[in-house]
Design a protein around this ligand. Sequence first.
Ligand code: UDP
Ligand code: MG
Length: 326
Amino acid sequence: MMRSDAVMAEAELSVVVPSFNESANLRPLIERLTAVLESCARSFEIIVVDDGSTDDTLEFLRKAHDGDPRIRVIALSRNFGKEIAIAAGLDHASGAATIIMDADLQHPPEMITSFVEKWREGYKNVYGQRVDRGADSALRRILTQRFYQLFGSVGETRLPEGAGDFRLLDAKAVAALRMMREHARFSKGLYAWIGFKSIGVPFDVAPRQAGHSKFSYRKLTHFALDGLMSFTTMPLKIWTYIGLAISVFALGLASFYVIRTMIWGVDVPGYASLIVSITFFAGIQLLSLGILGEYIGRIFAEVKRRPLYVVEERLGLTPLAPDELS
Ligand code: UDP
Ligand code: MG
């Protein structure tokens, strides 16, 4: 039975799947997902966000949508990155709860049953908790661990252990996320920032079904910086203390030289210490300027107030009015 979009918009569960060149994974994903959702939801929609794929992801999705109108599509005009693709999906999700998951089957669809159970118990923010990161390379695991340690010590928002993008959010939590139109998006931080009654459900990360990870170390570094800089201003403020400490030291050194000159007269050698201190302080100054630059660059990106993404095509979804998104 074909239902109209107006009726379909009242799906109980929405699933948002950001996809970038995932045509090989989408068929098995949608099959498994549909089976799970049919067993645990009264009605559902699967919103696949095509994040500017260059393979045949969109062609596949067109056919899938024709075959089953519960599969809906937002095709972005280019690759905007996973975080923005998720935001685009959340902007269109109309379910009483929304599930976010990767397209590569690293997030087992069968987990959704337990997410929904927790949601029905009253939790508004149910996150999948990775129990091990065996699916990632050893280097990535170590760097990730270091990043979370750093975030834990300087970040102004507490991130729950092992929580990622695989989660269920109540419509209220989705509404809160929709209000956050920031460009440098660190979703893991945003999910924690919005609050709500939260709970983790442990799961094993499966290996990627097909293809390879879309995150290079360069992308991950950029993402880590975005995460830190949107959740702490510590790197900006630390220079006050470093500057203060260096000034006190310099003052002490100056007094020492004055006294030494008065007692022993002028002393010419000191070339090495001069060069070392000049290069050291030039380095410190450039570093602090660079950190300022990182923040200013992000401020610049935000003040331009460009839209978060540009949609090229929607299948089975209606655009939300811009004022609904602000
Ligand atoms: N993804 C996306 N846009 C991007 C990069 C990735 O929508 O620019 C999607 C990708 O298709 C997948 C999810 O984000 O569904 C996670 O990506 P991936 O599996 O490459 O990351 P990893 O599992 O290595 O963290
Ligand atoms: Mg993956």
